[in-house]
Design a protein around this ligand. Structure first.
Ligand SMILES: CC(C)(COP(=O)(O)OP(=O)(O)OC[C@H]1O[C@@H](n2cnc3c(N)ncnc32)[C@H](O)[C@@H]1OP(=O)(O)O)[C@@H](O)C(=O)NCCC(=O)NCCS
Length: 174
């Protein structure tokens, strides 16, 4: 839905002279890297050392913790809450309106250490549990348990974060 920015947005330009549109009331932490054509709305907060990829859309009233990596084209609507050390993959979509066009919105909560892979879509109001993994292209309609890996449409648990870490380490070593 169209967003009114109450405070005057500031246009920042990086070394390549490509603009980012960041609200003047957004709170950006230390050592935050924001890439080209990124939008960050009024009152949103981004914690220290987080990275935001090109064309990410971070609307107003969004909170993102420290040490997060939000990849290009990710969409985070108003009321999204993201903890520390979270990865949100390219083109992942968090939603906030269960029955468009509603007057009432409810954000997605992503707990610390969660990984949301490319192109996943998360239903409004869902809690993505601490250290869980949402596989690429998943459609998440219910809360994701902590330390679980989910895939599919609708998303379901396939294995544990421990098993995911085992696979990740084996891949890195191969
Ligand atoms: C969740 C994930 C890690 C699972 O990978 P994996 O453990 O290697 O899975 P496997 O390839 O062993 O597949 C196991 C089974 O699940 C299926 N599967 C794997 N990933 C799936 C997914 N995202 N959605 C649906 N099914 C999936 C496979 O087809 C296979 O099914 P089968 O047993 O019937 O043949 C992977 O799908 C993923 O999302 N990776 C992240 C990619 C990404 O977004 N990177 C970010 C930036 S580029």
């Amino acid at each position: 839905m169209p967003i009114k920015i109450r405070s005057r947005p500031r246009r920042k330009t990086n070394s390549n002279k490509i603009p980012q549109l960041i609200s003047s009331s957004a709170k950006i932490g230390r050592n935050v890297k924001i890439w080209n054509y990124t939008y960050i709305g009024a009152g949103s907060e981004i914690g220290d050392n987080s990275k935001i990829g090109s064309l990410a859309h971070i609307d107003y009233d969004v909170k993102i913790g420290k040490n997060c990596k939000i990849e290009g084209l990710a969409y985070l609507p108003p009321k999204s809450r993201v903890g520390d050390g979270v990865f949100i993959g390219p083109s992942a979509v968090l939603t906030n309106d269960p029955y468009p066009l509603s007057d009432k919105m409810i954000g997605v909560t992503v707990e610390d250490g969660a990984v949301i892979c490319a192109g996943a879509v998360i239903k409004a109001g869902v809690i993505v549990g601490r250290n869980s993994v949402v596989g690429m292209g998943a459609v998440v309609t219910k809360d994701v348990p902590r330390e679980a890996v989910v895939t599919g449409c609708p998303a379901h648990v396939i294995y544990t974060r421990k098993e995911y870490e085992r696979k990740r380490l084996a891949w890195n070593r191969s």
